[in-house]
Design a protein around this ligand. Structure first.
Ligand SMILES: [Zn+2]
Length: 221
């Protein structure tokens, strides 16, 4: 789908500064996912679990070990890089890290959730081990300009819930509803919030290819 970052080929879920301007994370709310990622009830905040030690040998169970902040040689892991970004932000030394989030809908099908600010994290005991939880808040960026121009957080989320995306994906058969293209697809909430579009249901979400998605934004602006 929207593989701007080559999502299909990303090996890792956490990618600190994959792009010079932002980081990328891949999340999954699927029940068989190895991590507990979720969208909180405000619909604007993502709770993202840190990552385990790598499974380097068959007898290692990563779920029995603390999620590491650094490697044995002292190099920050992805957990450590994201946590340090939060520490810097909370100490007033830097802006909140900008993170682009993709969610796995099905095997091989990723959906872009948009841009979020990394605002907080916790490192705490669950059972016998320590895990990270990162908290990200939805934001908006204008990718068309040099650098990023961030608009203020909208009152209502643009996040389309995954269960609705699944219904729409099956109904629209994984194709642009206007031209049938199967490349560069986006979920389009076809009544913009600015024009009074309110609750998100499968009826007001459709699949568009990148070209039709762009033509549509021209019309709206
Ligand atoms: Zn199209």
């Amino acid at each position: 789908m929207c593989d701007t970052e080559g999502v299909q080929t990303l090996q890792r879920g956490m990618n600190y500064r994959l792009n010079p301007n932002y980081s990328v994370i891949l999340m999954s709310q699927r029940h068989n996912s190895p991590y507990e990622d979720k969208i909180l009830s405000d619909d604007l905040t993502i709770e993202y679990e840190g990552h385990d030690i790598p499974k380097t040998a068959p007898n290692i169970n990563p779920k029995l070990h603390d999620q590491p902040r650094s490697t044995k040689s002292g190099k920050l892991t992805q957990n450590g890089l994201f946590a340090s970004a939060v520490d810097g932000f909370r100490n007033g030394k830097r802006e909140a890290e900008l993170v682009r989030v993709y969610e796995k809908l099905f095997a091989g099908v990723w959906s872009e959730k948009g841009f979020f600010h990394l605002k907080n994290y916790k490192y705490f005991k669950v059972g016998n081990r320590k895990v990270f939880r990162f908290f990200l808040e939805e934001t908006e960026v204008d990718l068309s300009k040099d650098g990023f121009v961030e608009n203020k957080l909208r009152q209502r989320s643009r996040v389309i819930p995954s269960d609705i995306k699944k219904i729409v994906w099956e109904r629209d058969k994984g194709r642009c509803v206007l031209c049938g293209s199967i490349d560069e697809l986006h979920f389009d909430h076809d009544l913009p919030y600015a024009k009074g579009g309110t609750s998100i249901s499968a009826e007001n979400v459709r699949i568009l290819c990148a070209r039709h998605n762009l033509q549509k934004s021209d019309k709206i602006e």
